[in-house]
Design a binder for this molecule. Structure first.
Ligand SMILES: NC(=O)c1ccc[n+]([C@@H]2O[C@H](COP(=O)([O-])OP(=O)(O)OC[C@H]3O[C@@H](n4cnc5c(N)ncnc54)[C@H](OP(=O)(O)O)[C@@H]3O)[C@@H](O)[C@H]2O)c1
Length: 296
């Protein structure tokens, strides 16, 4: 498995396993979670994506239970988590409204809670989950710098940020932001032309792509796009998911797809995507079919 360097301190596997849906699995036992992690590690998938809010603020604890039972796993993983969404569920069920909070107090509290829930000493990468219209970039930036200095987090980044959100936060901090995690797939193609990928490609920052299978929508139903994906998959002896992921890997911006299947058999074949050959004609055929029109 290729490894991608985000900065001098941080290197990720090219493919990442996301734990948003981990709490929805019919089996959340320690044994099953360990089996999923091991299935990833066996393929060289060492990077795992979490957020405080996943599983109604319960997903980090599901991972934490597995790490407590088998502490040696931690040293073989890079753990990403996110904060700033406060939604009236789980530990915030008493809140009257959903909001984003990038204050120093909230970020520090979130980090302490994430460390405790996952039973780890350091978060490899902390992301601000969503741009907060009330973000005081000097306060947020200083809080993030201080967390890095204190060793609570190794690196920091953002998610769902546009280039101007990124520049605002970066202007208030010394630590270079490491990555932006954005929605990107054959069903969300706008970052290819709206400046998001160009911005990070120019600056040399790899981009994490969430819901690379459209959250499963690309895997179900029939359309011109699914027919084309199946045709390419059949020719290369892989499944449709591998083609959807290979489409992202082909782009020069160094996209890191974050896959979210709970199915152990599917987890075991995530890395098939790395075997897919995607020439320019095939890429454009998928791109145009996804867009529903020919490029001008
Ligand atoms: N930063 C953000 O704002 C943000 C937002 C959303 C997600 N994320 C991250 O991105 C990760 C991935 O998101 P996602 O789960 O929506 O990604 P995804 O990989 O696009 O979709 C996974 C879903 O597709 C289904 N699926 C159906 N057929 C499949 C097949 N053949 N192969 C694989 N999956 C298939 C899976 O069901 P089965 O489980 O039954 O296979 C699962 O429900 C999350 O875990 C999270 O870490 C981040």
């Amino acid at each position: 498995m290729d490894r991608i360097k985000l900065n001098d301190d941080l290197e990720f596997s090219r493919l990442i396993y996301g734990m948003w849906r981990i709490g929805n699995d019919s089996d959340t036992s320690v044994k099953h979670v360990e089996a999923k992690i091991e299935a990833c590690l066996e393929q060289g998938i060492t990077t795992f994506d979490q957020a405080d809010i996943y599983g109604d603020y319960g997903a980090e604890a599901i991972l934490g239970a597995a790490l407590k039972a088998n502490p040696s796993l931690r040293d073989r993983m890079e753990i990403v988590t996110k904060c700033d969404i406060v939604a009236p569920i789980g530990r915030y069920a008493h809140k009257p409204v959903k909001y984003y909070d990038t204050s120093r107090t909230h970020i520090e509290l979130s980090v302490e809670t994430s460390l405790r829930e996952m039973a780890i000493e350091q978060i490899d990468l902390l992301l601000i989950h969503r741009p907060d219209p009330l973000m005081d970039h000097m306060e947020t930036g200083a809080a993030l710098d201080d967390l890095v200095k204190a060793g609570k987090v190794k690196s920091v980044g953002v998610s769902n940020f546009r280039p101007w959100d990124w520049e605002l936060l970066q202007s208030g901090m010394r630590t270079p932001l490491a990555t932006n995690q954005i929605e990107l797939s054959l069903s969300e193609l706008s970052p290819f032309t709206n400046g998001d990928l160009a911005f990070h490609q120019k600056n040399g920052q790899p981009v994490m792509a969430w819901s690379p299978l459209g959250g499963g929508s690309l895997m179900t139903g029939t359309s011109d796009l699914t027919a084309l994906m199946d045709q390419i998959a059949a020719a290369q002896g892989v499944d449709r998911a591998a083609v959807a992921v290979a489409f992202l890997l082909r782009h020069p911006a160094r996209i890191l797809p974050v896959l979210g299947t709970n199915n152990l058999t599917r987890i075991k074949s995530i890395s098939d995507a790395l075997t897919v050959e995607m020439d320019r004609e095939t890429w454009f055929n998928l791109y145009q079919t996804g867009l529903g029109r020919e490029v001008p």
